[in-house]
Ligand binder design. Structure first.
Ligand code: GDP
Ligand code: GDP
Length: 438
């Protein structure tokens, strides 16, 4: 299921990071750290009541001169408009309304995106409320007073934000055309791959109706089946600052991956797999999306009979957290193997949506338990009662046991392997939830 994306925009020092941390730290559903992926806090998954969304902090750099601040804010706002479903525009009651706030508010209003105007640092409601009313002048709706530092008003703010979420993620969920995000570092060949795929097939390029974001999606018909490609390369932004470029590229990747069923993780064969690739692939892995690793520029390297195996072992090592991902070696320049991408995409989607009957799952679990005894601790042995699949995309399972503490991750991994041996589930991660039943 695709989760809404919420972006935070605001001047330096109004409290963006503080708000982000308050949301990410307390209400975040703790996702296990992905090995090899450094977690810079640009985005986080948040669960609030029964709603899940991804929050992104668009601002990182703090320029010193006033002109730079405004241009920087415009840039942030533009990124938010392009990638988010809802924008939190945060201001500071202590600094009051400043000119840059009004300019950015105008820009956000014209975009037509849902905006929640948040006034921060209202640590004392009685004292500061009179100053909050001034923010009505921005003309972007009712100001929501919060204190990010003391976590006041956050619940009301989230309620206002969540009211803008698409009902049950309506528009895109109704659309059963596969959505494929093409991600990867700059210059690995993302655009070339899309162009090549378009060149060989009947093509309609369109803004896909019903998307709440402004990304230009490309629809490609192959063998009578429609596929929507989400390109993260298309919207290129010029910036002199390297950290800023990297931040924007990550924000765009998060937003594209969020909307996708399958992610094509493009790697440049002439460079090999790098730590930055691991960071980008981690975004898709954490979100449980279908993944295909596409090694591009295969035409441009010297090859012998061992080359493919050498690439594979290097990729498996650097991207060790996703052994389930399929690897393809292609060339956008010559078109080599690109047509096989569609079969691979179909297969990964089948894996993502596969449902296994409870009876069959329990047979496999019983057999697995008979073959390898479950772990024990201090004389108490793990008992596995029952397994059932609770959802798809990614396929998720609940295992009922006598004592959660006894369920070592290596035993879960063992069961996962048994399930994969039986059903494949190629190209998708699997999730396991362990519950106790006395
Ligand atoms: P950013 O530059 O927008 O990310 O702002 P920060 O989150 O770094 O916060 C800037 C400063 O404002 C820091 O010194 C924070 O401690 C302070 N701050 C943030 N939220 C609040 C708040 O709710 N009340 C008060 N009094 N200070 C806050
Ligand atoms: P993007 O930034 O990931 O969209 O990368 P581009 O599609 O713009 O490609 C970057 C550069 O790599 C361009 O100069 C392309 O011509 C080149 N390129 C892309 N795919 C291939 C390929 O399969 N083989 C070779 N030799 N060059 C490629």
């Amino acid at each position: 299921m695709s989760k809404p994306v919420v972006a935070i925009v605001g001047r330096p020092n109004v409290g963006k990071s503080t708000l982000f941390n308050a949301l990410a730290g307390e209400m975040i559903s703790i996702v296990k750290d992905t090995p090899g992926v450094t977690r810079d806090r640009i985005y986080a998954d948040v669960t609030w009541l029964d709603r899940e969304f991804t929050i992104i902090d668009t601002g990182g750099i703090e320029p010193d001169s006033k002109d730079v601040i405004l241009s920087q804010m415009r840039e942030q706002a533009q990124i938010a408009i392009e990638t988010a479903d809802v924008i939190i525009f945060i201001t500071d009651v202590r600094q009051g309304l400043v000119d840059a706030d009004s300019k950015v508010a105008d820009m956000l209003r014209r975009s037509g995106k849902p905006v929640v105007l948040v006034v921060n640092k209202v640590d004392n409601f009685e004292k500061y409320m009179p100053d909050v009313y001034e923010f009505y002048n921005l003309g972007i709706g009712d100001p929501v007073p919060v204190s990010a530092a003391s976590r006041l008003g956050i619940g009301d703010m989230l309620e206002t934000v969540a009211a803008y979420f698409p009902e049950g993620d309506a528009s895109e969920e109704d659309d059963d055309r596969p959505r494929i995000a093409i991600v990867g570092k700059p210059n690995v060949g993302k655009s070339s791959i899309i162009n090549r795929l378009m060149g060989e097939n009947r093509v309609i390029v369109s803004d896909v109706a019903g998307t709440t974001r402004d990304a230009i999606d490309t629809e490609i018909v192959h063998d009578g089946r429609e596929y929507i490609f989400i390109d993260t390369a298309g919207l290129r932004r010029k910036s002199k600052i390297k950290e800023e470029l990297e931040r924007y590229s990550i924000i765009r990747t998060v937003s594209a991956v969020e909307r996708a069923d399958v992610v094509l993780m493009v790697i440049d064969a002439t460079e090999g797999v790098t730590e930055q690739d691991a960071k980008i692939a981690g975004i898709a892995h954490e979100r449980g999306k279908g993944i295909i690793i596409v090694v591009n520029k295969w035409d441009a390297i010297e090859k012998n009979d061992r080359t493919m195996r050498e690439y594979e072992s290097q990729i498996r090592q650097v991207l060790s957290y996703m052994p389930y991902a399929e690897i393809m070696y292609v060339s956008a320049a010559t078109g080599q193997r690109l047509n096989r991408l569609y079969d691979m995409i179909d297969m990964v989607i089948a894996s993502q949506t596969l449902r296994v009957a409870t009876g069959v799952l329990n047979e496999i679990m019983t057999e697995a338990v008979a073959m390898q005894q479950p772990p024990s601790d201090k004389g108490k042995r793990l008992k596995l009662y029952y397994i059932t699949q609770v959802s798809v995309k990614p396929p998720s399972f609940v295992i009922f046991v006598n004592d959660k503490e006894l369920m070592h991750f290596s035993y879960t991994r063992y069961l996962e392997n048994k399930i994969r041996e039986a059903f494949g589930f190629k190209g998708t991660s699997l999730k396991f939830f362990i519950r106790e039943r006395k």
